[in-house]
Write a protein that binds this ligand. Structure first.
Ligand SMILES: Cc1ncc(COP(=O)(O)O)c(C=O)c1O
Length: 402
């Protein structure tokens, strides 16, 4: 398997993330947040070790399905055109599959852009954001740009969102963010809780349910509540189960009046999407059994890894997703650095849970290497000093690594 990031881009991102952190600017997106949380040693491994196990971005190691790859490649010769009819075909197919009318669905080049636009649209100095803690940080960072107050509500003991506390957190709340399943815990909040929140939230607030990981879980979607006209925005992405993170495609579902408010913050001057991505998405949606097959594979590797960690005495969150948190009972970043010294790059720790690390589910072989490295760290084994293979590096990389 090739390394998911080029070394040059990894090095560039490391310095961007460090620079943004230094001036207090927000770090937008999974990648930037992961980079900012990585120690210099971990960044070095990720940047220089092509065979490192990269289980730090919640990516899908399988990549796009065979049919999606074929569709993208076949479309390449036409990529000199915007191909709006193809985009319309995708929107219609999605709307049909999701049980929504066409005017309740919008497409963006990644759900992260839509997440930003939604936060911009519904938060502000007098319209706070309410989020769970720990949860995905991107809305919190965008709220800082909006100068919107942020209310962080701890997850309940069962790791679900505490919807009662979230509904009561701010009477003037603009946006309440529910990530279901939650990133980083992989845990699920029940539909009954989301229905309760919609019925009991402050009047002017919009509820944003981020279903980026829902395909991996048994949690029922709340898309039908969009169709029912609720104050609800639902996000989906092709980055996770469909394995298309690098191809960039996200879906926003909401009432047309809410979509228009989000649309006002869409950057890029138009709605055109990468055409090969559109072709790959259509092929993915038409592939029978793809979701069930990938869901089952992810669950079996995840449950095996969690079972192993628990057998060693390390508590894990009861995940239904492609990531989970493990409590390593000592500072997570230090533990992660020791794994990185063994060529295994894991996810970040959240300030509210400093002794946990987020683990993304890789292939069975990657998780075997993760277990070996984890066992070596807890056994206190000293990592073998490797002579790094630097033949692929250019002189500029050496300077950046110095
Ligand atoms: C919960 C959640 N929402 C949204 C995103 C953004 O995904 P993308 O922009 O790749 O669609 C991520 C990325 O990791 C995520 O974890």
């Amino acid at each position: 398997m090739t390394a998911p990031l080029s070394r040059r881009s990894f090095l560039r991102m490391s310095s961007l993330a460090a620079g943004a952190a230094a001036i207090g600017a927000p770090l937008l997106g999974e990648r930037e947040m992961a980079m900012a949380a990585m120690s210099a040693g971990m960044q070095k491994v990720a940047a220089t070790s092509p065979n490192a196990v990269m289980i730090n971005f919640n990516e899908n190691p399988l990549g796009p399905s065979e049919a999606a790859r074929k569709a993208a490649v076949e479309l390449l010769p036409q990529a000199g055109r915007y191909l709006h009819p193809l985009q319309d075909e995708l929107a219609e197919l999605l709307a049909r599959q999701l049980g929504l009318s066409l005017d309740a669905v919008d497409l963006y080049a990644g759900s992260g852009i839509a997440l930003d636009a939604t936060t911009m649209a519904f938060t502000g100095p007098d319209a706070p954001l309410v989020v769970a803690d720990p949860s995905y940080e991107q809305p919190t960072q965008m709220a800082a740009i909006r100068k919107a107050p942020v209310h962080k509500v701890p997850l309940r003991k069962d790791y679900s969102h505490d919807v009662k506390a979230m509904a009561g957190a701010a009477s003037n709340a603009g946006l309440i963010y529910i990530c279901n399943p939650n990133n980083p815990t992989g845990t699920v909040t029940t539909r009954a809780d989301i229905e309760w929140l919609l019925a009991n939230k402050p009047k002017g607030a919009v509820v944003l349910v981020d279903e980026a990981y829902i395909h991996f879980s048994d949690a029922p979607s709340v898309l039908d509540l969009v169709a029912a006209g609720k104050d609800l925005v639902v996000l989906r992405t092709f980055s996770k189960l469909y394995g298309m993170a690098g191809m960039r495609l996200g879906v926003v579902a909401a009432r047309p009046d809410l979509l228009a408010r989000i649309q006002a913050f869409r950057t890029g001057g138009g709605t055109a999407l990468p055409v090969m991505t559109v072709a790959a998405a259509i092929a993915s949606l038409k592939e029978p059994g793809l979701v069930a097959q990938r869901k089952q594979l992810n669950a079996s590797v995840r449950d095996d890894t969690i079972g192993w960690l628990r057998s060693k005495g390390y508590a894990c969150t009861p995940s239904q997703s492609n990531c989970f948190m493990v409590d390593v009972r000592r500072p997570g970043p230090g533990f992660a650095a020791q794994l990185a010294a063994r060529d295994v790059v894991v996810g970040r720790s959240w300030p509210v849970w400093p002794n946990h690390m987020r683990i993304s589910v890789g292939t069975a072989e990657e998780m075997r290497r993760f277990k070996t490295a984890f066992a070596a760290v807890i056994d206190g084994k000293v990592p073998v000093q490797k002579v790094a293979d630097t033949s692929h590096l250019r002189s500029a990389d050496f300077l950046a690594l110095a």
